[in-house]
Design a binder for this molecule. Structure first.
Ligand SMILES: [Zn+2]
Length: 53
C-alpha cells in the first residue's frame, strides 16, 4: 500500500511513524505507532491522504 511505502520504522522501539509531508505536501507528521496498531493506522491515514482506504 502506498501509505506503508512512506513509513519509517524503528526496529529498536517497534514503532512506525510518518514524517511531516511524507504522504503529500502539508500532511502532518504522525505520532509513533506501536507495531500492533500499524494496520489500523495505515487504513486511517490512507483515508485522510487519498480519500480511500
Ligand atoms: Zn527507536
Amino acid at each position: 500500500m502506498q501509505v506503508w511505502e512512506h513509513a519509517w520504522f524503528c526496529s529498536a522501539c517497534r514503532v512506525a511513524f510518518w514524517p511531516a509531508g511524507a504522504l503529500k505536501a502539508g500532511f502532518p507528521a504522525s505520532p509513533a505507532v506501536p507495531a500492533h496498531e500499524i494496520p489500523l493506522t495505515i487504513a486511517t491515514m490512507a483515508e485522510r491522504a487519498y480519500g480511500q482506504a
